[in-house]
Design a protein around this ligand. Structure first.
Ligand SMILES: [Zn+2]
Ligand SMILES: [Zn+2]
Length: 347
């Protein structure tokens, strides 16, 4: 395929350059995908503001599109013209973590090019993306690209909920009603849990209620630990998911779980290096599990694509804004607002 395509590169805080590049040909085990939707996650937002200042970065990792062509040989059930989800995070398949089944923690993920100044990154904010066959997930023609591109964040929440071994009837607390908190809420409702959401922002709290939360906590007015006990017959929560990036949330979560309870640190905590203080006897006396989760593995992506393609979840309420690639900066500014869940760029 001849011609050129447009790609966005983050070159500094709040500085985006659009490059024009030749459309590549897929080689062996490669596929060329026409990007139709790319959602803006916190990674893109932090790169944009300069909180994660690694430049130049070809950003954009939540991608759905149309398969254009395949190299040879290639292992995929998708054919040119099919709708696909692309899992752009690197998994080498060769490192100790990948071989232990922790491909979400691949030792070679996000590995940067050695040449100074050369562009690295997932590069989903572009008209085309060249990927490995193992990164393709065939999806349904019936589902909109805007929803399909949310398979990546959904997969992260699927992994988190699985790690917590949630059982029907469990009391589950989700701290934070942003995009990731709401995805947890949806999955936990489907798993048969009673879901309590803790959120200080009134608009976000109201939205979580509309999305099916069984109870809300306003942590500005009610002490969190007491509120969780009140809403769980004094027992405490069976599981708490920390989707807010604040350290004290983890301390409170550990104090609020029941015997045998699980706490999942889902969000990264900022500023990085922040310490927490917990009584270690809580782990001894109550057999509490404190764990975390990062990103998503191949199996999580597979499940997320199936859930979206088979319409087991409706993600459209979480799409706040859809914009063309030329209006990426506007999209990033909107994504930084509290009132926004996901902004989707359609190149
Ligand atoms: Zn993401
Ligand atoms: Zn690896």
């Amino acid at each position: 395929m001849a011609g050129t395509y447009k790609r966005a590169v983050f070159v500094g805080p709040r500085q985006i350059r659009f490059e024009e590049l030749p459309i590549p040909q897929p080689g062996s085990h490669q596929a060329l995908v026409r990007v139709r939707a790319c959602a803006l996650c916190t990674w893109e937002q932090r790169s944009y503001t300069g909180e994660e200042p690694f430049y130049p970065l070809a950003s954009g990792h939540e991608v759905a599109g149309e398969l254009v062509s395949l190299g040879h040989p290639v292992y995929t059930d998708a054919q040119p013209g099919d709708r696909v989800v692309v899992s752009l995070l690197t998994r080498c398949g060769c490192c100790e973590s990948c071989r232990r089944g922790l491909d979400n923690l691949c030792d070679n993920a996000r590995q940067r090019s050695c040449e100074p100044g050369s562009v690295a990154g997932p590069a989903g904010l572009a008209e085309y993306v060249l990927v490995e066959d193992s990164q393709l997930y065939k999806a349904s023609h019936e589902v909109a690209f805007e929803s399909l591109c949310l398979a990546e964040p959904l997969a992260c929440a699927i992994r988190s909920v699985r790690k917590a071994s949630v059982r029907p009837g469990d009391v589950a607390v989700v701290v934070g009603a942003g995009m990731m908190g709401l995805l947890h809420l949806m999955l936990l409702k489907r798993a048969g849990a009673k879901v309590i959401v803790s959120e200080p922002d009134a608009d976000r709290a109201a939205f979580a209620c509309r999305m099916g939360a069984d109870a809300m906590i306003d942590p500005r007015h009610t002490p969190f630990v007491e509120a969780v006990r009140d809403l769980s017959d004094g027992r405490g929560a069976d599981v708490v998911f920390c989707t807010a990036s604040v350290a004290h949330v983890v301390e409170e979560a550990v104090e609020s779980v029941a015997k045998g309870g699980r706490v999942v640190v889902f969000a990264s905590i900022h500023p990085r290096g922040t310490r927490i203080s917990v009584d270690p006897n809580l782990f001894h006396n109550k057999e509490i599990v404190l764990t975390g989760t990062l990103g998503q593995g191949r199996e999580d992506v597979r499940q997320a694509v199936r859930m979206i393609a088979d319409r087991l979840v409706n993600l459209s309420p979480l799409i706040s804004l859809v914009l063309p690639l030329e209006r990426l900066e506007e999209g990033l500014q909107a994504a930084l607002q509290m009132s926004t869940y996901r902004v989707v760029i359609m190149p």
